[in-house]
Design a protein around this ligand. Structure first.
Ligand SMILES: Cc1cc2nc3c(=O)[nH]c(=O)nc-3n(C[C@H](O)[C@H](O)[C@H](O)COP(=O)(O)OP(=O)(O)OC[C@H]3O[C@@H](n4cnc5c(N)ncnc54)[C@H](O)[C@@H]3O)c2cc1C
Length: 202
């Protein structure tokens, strides 16, 4: 079990209070169920809503989307305390939006941000980032999934694998090749694909 002592000079009384609250949440809501959830290979969606009710899913996100702008040490505390649960799967899954949503935040339209971010931050919807493919994950610039524009939408063809929260994500930020003639990184874009899109199988 992870039990490193936090470096006290980085953490204010507010940080310590947050850590205590989080440790209590993990002790009561996660640790008693961890073995059963590991055996089942999943955990209840309700856990996202419970985590969100404490503000855990909105750390560092702008207030206008339901987030709470905080310094990086809150996120460090979040990572440390989730590690206490002893399950890397919970840690990664509960926080899969932290890798899925930054591309949207950085480059998405305002309409898309207002539609997608609040339900993810409130734990109603789950978000995943899909980059890795069966042909390999390290060589992102070589990814093979294509997205060809057809009128007002894209037709996407390809496969992804090892995607955290991928089996039940409502929103999948997906790395695709929108310019098939550019075989390198320059041909790659990020598309937000909704989980109920026709033709998507998992
Ligand atoms: C728990 C877990 C969660 C994950 N979640 C996600 C997720 O949410 N979204 C997502 O997109 N992916 C996810 N992944 C996939 C992860 O990003 C890939 O596993 C990773 O990028 C490596 O890709 P690969 O497994 O295909 O290995 P490969 O890229 O095939 O590499 C195999 C081996 O070759 C080495 N190697 C590769 N290229 C080179 C090189 N040029 N020079 C020297 N050595 C090299 C690698 O270091 C590795 O040891 C997850 C993986 C794990 C284990």
């Amino acid at each position: 079990m992870f039990d490193a002592s936090p470096l006290p000079h980085y953490f204010s009384p507010e940080h310590v209070q947050f850590r205590d609250m989080l440790r209590g949440f993990i002790a009561s809501e996660i640790i008693p169920h961890i073995n059963a959830w590991d055996e089942a290979g999943t955990f209840p969606r309700e856990l996202y809503r419970k985590a969100a009710s404490l503000g855990l899913l909105g750390l560092g996100y702008p207030e206008e989307y339901g987030g709470t702008p905080v310094d990086i040490f809150y996120q460090i505390i979040l990572a440390e305390e989730f590690a206490h649960s002893g399950s890397g799967g919970i840690q990664a899954s509960i926080n899969s939006h932290t890798i899925a949503m930054p591309p949207l935040l950085a480059a998405g339209s305002e309409e898309l941000k207002q539609r997608i971010l609040p339900p993810v931050i409130s734990g109603e919807k789950i978000a995943a980032l899909a980059v890795t493919e069966p042909s390999g994950g390290s060589d992102v610039a070589g990814l093979r999934t294509t997205a060809i524009r057809d009128g007002d939408h894209y037709v996407v063809n390809g496969e992804k694998t090892f995607i955290t929260s991928g089996m039940r994500a409502d929103y999948i930020t997906t790395a695709v090749r929108t310019n098939p003639t550019n075989k390198g990184a320059g041909g790659v874009s990020m598309l937000l694909i909704e989980g109920d899109t026709p033709g998507l199988s998992r």
